[in-house]
Design a protein. Structure first.
Length: 73
């Protein structure tokens, strides 16, 4: 399975939240969705962390000196 993009992870998280907000969801399904949501949240966080490292490397490589700049989150 190929890795999902950050956007895909967020879209799935939003869909899960919408499902969890419904009143007609039984407890077992709600727990399944919650667990899936946590997995997507972790994946999205990892993608953000890798992106931040890539930005730092690019800044370093641009002029040969190490500069770290805050990445807007």
């Amino acid at each position: 399975m190929s890795e999902k993009s950050f956007r895909e992870e967020l879209e799935r998280l939003e869909a899960i939240v919408r499902s969890l907000e419904r009143d007609d969801l039984d407890l077992d399904r709600a727990l399944e969705l919650f667990q899936e949501g946590v997995e997507h949240l972790r994946a999205a966080r990892e993608l953000l962390e890798r992106s931040e490292l890539t930005v730092r490397r690019v800044l370093e490589a641009a002029d040969g000196t190490l500069r770290t700049e805050p990445v807007d989150r």
